[in-house]
Design a protein around this ligand. Structure first.
Ligand code: ZN
Length: 409
């Protein structure tokens, strides 16, 4: 009987028929002997991660797959991004994501990404720890021009507007409260003071003076958006009794796993880009599941990003790269369940997420295989699981692991 599980989520894997592929999807058109070998011994189905007619964002889709109803628990991108770069959030913190941008003396945005600045660590450190009105501002660098800001203290609200106009040659917006509460008013005022104060400090910073000398745009404003107030959630372990780990390249996915209390394990070459080392990721996952962990979540991003770029050939080639690495799962022990699916479909013809279903398969010694012979959108629609929703995924995993108690007598 299976006791442990690996969940592999290939972001945006589902697609629609592509004329050049003889009306097959990139997944159907790809040569995937390794994945199909598992599919033959698996129970398959199709899944609407947030139900029919909902086009899921990646963040909320992942929440649903882990059994956290996003309509109840989603608090915006800020807290997830903060968790993703390793900030330990406290109940009541308000977190934002943002960019280091360039603003002129009239408050006009010259460049939202400060000339594609590659490292903002020094600039973030210069304004980290500022206190205004009893509120502490925690400022940490993300990748390239990105940063995360957390407001910590009493009486905060996330119901405030963004200051990022999301366009160049536009004025930086003043943050305003979005409701009548004293908390929203206080938070907006304090944030505006922080924006002014940090702008003064950043404008004079030696790092920026050096950039100016070299003719580069300076990072002199932190454009914040995506405010969310962190609430402590039941951890994945508390919810399921499973010790979980995450193997991912993308910050968003590390953030979601970290927010649920999973251990985020860094893997060499895991970039979330098409050059990502899928083999290293799958090997690490097998090592973790054969070790202390009961549950390993693997996330692979380029199936989504290549479809957003409307590149079906590259998406198909990346599926084949996944298949090549998939042979590593032959090393899985008898006690391990392998679940493969996606968080949503990203049809290449649209270049964005859609509300189409995604294929799903459960493989392992406790699984009742169906007659499906390959892993694809149409093949899996004939599978034994039928049509499920994202919220059904963890209960089915828990059932196969023998963790669902008897209802009734
Ligand atoms: Zn996604």
């Amino acid at each position: 009987m299976v006791k442990k599980a690996i969940l592999l989520i290939c972001d945006g894997l589902g697609d629609r028929p592509i004329k050049e592929f003889g009306n097959l999807t990139p997944l159907e058109a790809a040569k995937t002997p390794n994945i199909d070998k598992f599919a033959k011994a698996a129970e398959t189905g199709v899944m609407y991660t947030l139900g029919r007619g909902v086009t899921p964002g990646s963040d909320v889709a992942h929440m649903a797959l882990f059994g956290y109803n996003p309509y109840e628990y989603y608090r915006g991108r800020g807290p997830i991004e903060a968790c993703g770069i390793g900030i330990k959030l406290e109940h009541g913190d308000v977190a934002f994501r943002g960019n280091l941008g360039t603003v002129n003396t009239d408050g006009l945005i010259i460049d939202r990404r400060a000339g594609r600045i590659t490292d903002v660590k020094e600039l973030c450190e210069a304004v980290d720890g500022i206190e205004i009105n009893g509120i502490k501002f925690i400022v940490k660098a993300g990748t390239a021009h990105r940063a995360v800001v957390v407001m910590r203290g009493k009486g905060l609200s996330s119901n405030i507007s963004s200051i990022d106009p999301k366009a160049e040659n536009a004025k930086v917006k003043t943050c305003v409260p979005l409701d009548d509460t004293p908390e929203a008013k206080f938070t907006a005022e304090t944030l505006n003071q922080f924006t002014e104060k940090s702008r003064t400090i950043l404008s004079k910073h030696p790092f920026n003076q050096e950039r100016e000398k070299n003719g580069d745009l300076v990072g002199n404003i932190i454009l914040l958006r995506g405010a969310g107030q962190y609430e402590h959630l039941q951890t994945f372990y508390e919810k399921y009794g499973l010790k979980g780990a995450c193997v991912a390249g993308g910050g968003l996915y590390k953030g979601i796993a970290s927010m649920f209390g999973m251990d985020v394990v860094d893997v060499e070459g895991a970039t979330a880009l098409p050059n990502t080392n899928v083999r290293n990721k799958f090997s690490k996952a097998v090592e973790l599941i054969n070790g202390d962990y009961d549950f390993v979540f693997i996330h692979v991003k380029p199936t989504d990003s290549l479809a957003e770029d409307k590149k079906p050939n590259e998406k198909r080639a990346f599926v084949e790269k996944i298949d090549d690495a998939f042979a590593i799962f032959n090393q899985l022990n008898d006690d391990t369940l392998l679940v493969v699916t996606a968080d949503h479909s990203t049809p290449c013809e649209m270049g964005r997420h859609s509300a189409d279903s995604v294929p799903v398969m459960f493989w392992g010694s406790s699984v009742r295989p169906d007659n499906v012979e390959s892993f694809g959108e149409r093949a899996c629609s004939q599978g034994g699981l039928g049509v499920i929703e994202g919220k059904d995924l963890m209960p089915q995993i828990q059932n196969l692991l023998g963790n669902i108690p008897l209802y009734g007598a």
